[in-house]
Structure formats: C-alpha cells, structure tokens
Design a protein. Structure first.
Length: 242
C-alpha cells in the first residue's frame, strides 16, 4: 500500500508538472526543442518539461498611450501632439516569431508615424480635421504592424498644444478676425441703410445726405445731457420736408 501511495503521489506531481492552463482570452505559443510546435489553448493542455516551452499571448484589445511628440506643422508652427492607440494580437505565432517585442515595436512605429503624419498637416488641420488625421494614422500603423500579427482597432489624437507665445499670437489673430467680421457686418448695414435713405429721399424729394443728417441728430438727441446746435441750413431742410 505504501508503494501504491508513493506511485500515486508521483503521478499527481508529474501531472501538475506537465499540465498548463490558459484563459479564454489567452493563447500559448509552444516551442519543442526550439522549433515551433503550434498554438494551444484556451483551457487545459500538456506541456512536456525540459522539452517544450511556451510564451503566453493576451488576445484582448490593448490601450497604448503614444507619448507626446514635438512637431513642426506644414505652416511652420511648433506643436506638441500625443495620441492613444487601440490594437490587439490576431496572430500569436507572428507576434512571437516575427518581432522580438511586439508591444515596444508597436509603440515605436506609432511615435514615428504620429510625427510624420502631423508634420505634413497645417495647424488648422490639426485643430479642425482630426478625423481625417486619425484615419491616416490608423491605416499607416495598421499596415506597418500587420506582418507582426497586430490589428490596429483605432487611433485618436488627444491633445495639440502650442507654446505660450504662439497661443497669444493665435488669440490676437482670432481677435483681429472678429473685428474684421464686425466691420464687414457694419458696412453691410450702412450700405442697406443708405439704400433705404435714397428711397426715402426720392419719395420726399430731399437729398439723401440731408436725411442722414437728420437721422444722426435724432440719435444724438436720445442721449441725456446733450446740447445740440442746429445750423442755419437745417431750416431749409425742414421746409423741404414739409
């Protein structure tokens, strides 16, 4: 009985030494004496000690922060751009055999691609056309990582930052643009008002400039504590209107 008990104990120990378990979202790439023996899992399988070795791969989507990159835009504006990359391993064998460290390699290719794509865009495109840039980054990185068994799910540019002096310059530019638009709107209003005055002058038989003069006096009279001096020619204008 003692021998039987020892035998059972040895069998149990060997069984635990040989058995491996991988989860539903994992796969084991197995090498037998250095040669690729295939992919195993999910679940329970046997791994021969000293003969077979395995590398476990996670097949879930990985979120990778792409570090901020210093970039000069196409219109020579210095910016600092970072992004986030979503990808997953779709071929565990290639992710192990074709590249030494797929995570590091994906991170490096993402950084170089981010600098390349954003450097070809203008500053306005970086701010207003991120969807287009995200798609370009997606396609380029996915094409580069495909030989490694990596599938890029998406790329998103997170922040576009500029130096403080450039931010002040952009703020001044925006203020100048607002002033320009306001002047255009005011000029259009004056143009329309001049047309109405001309129509009124035709009806009343007066000169448009004199009607405009009366309109200005009317607006000034609305202000408190304002003294208005009427010139002599105003009498002639009033007579013509009557």
């Amino acid at each position: 009985m003692e021998i039987l008990g020892i035998f059972i104990a040895v069998v149990v120990v060997l069984a635990f030494a040989f058995l491996r378990i991988v989860r539903e979202y994992e796969r084991a790439v197995v090498f037998r004496l250095g040669r690729l023996a295939g992919v195993r899992g999910p679940g329970l399988f046997v791994l021969i000690p000293l003969v077979e070795k395995m590398e476990k791969m996670d097949l879930r989507t990985i979120t990778l922060d792409v570090p901020a990159q210093d970039v000069i835009s196409q219109d020579n504006i210095p910016v600092n751009v970072d992004a986030v990359l979503y990808f997953r391993v779709v071929d565990p064998i290639r992710a192990v055999v074709e590249v030494e460290n797929f995570l590091l390699a994906t991170s490096q290719i993402s950084q170089t691609t981010l600098r390349s794509i954003t450097g070809k865009a203008t500053f306005d495109e970086l701010l207003g056309e991120r969807e287009k840039l995200n798609e370009q980054l997606h396609q380029t990185i996915d094409q580069a990582t495909d030989p490694w068994g990596i599938k890029v799910m998406g790329v998103e540019i997170k922040h576009v930052e500029t130096p403080e002096d450039m931010q002040r310059a952009i703020a001044k530019q925006a203020e100048a643009e607002r002033i320009r638009r306001a002047k255009i709107i005011l000029a259009e209003g004056e143009f329309q008002a001049a047309g109405k005055l001309r129509e009124a002058a035709d009806v009343l038989g007066a000169e448009p400039i004199k009607l405009r003069y009366l309109e200005t006096l009317s607006e000034a009279a609305r202000e408190k504590s304002v003294t208005i001096l009427f010139p002599m020619e105003l009498t002639d204008i009033l007579k013509k209107l009557h």
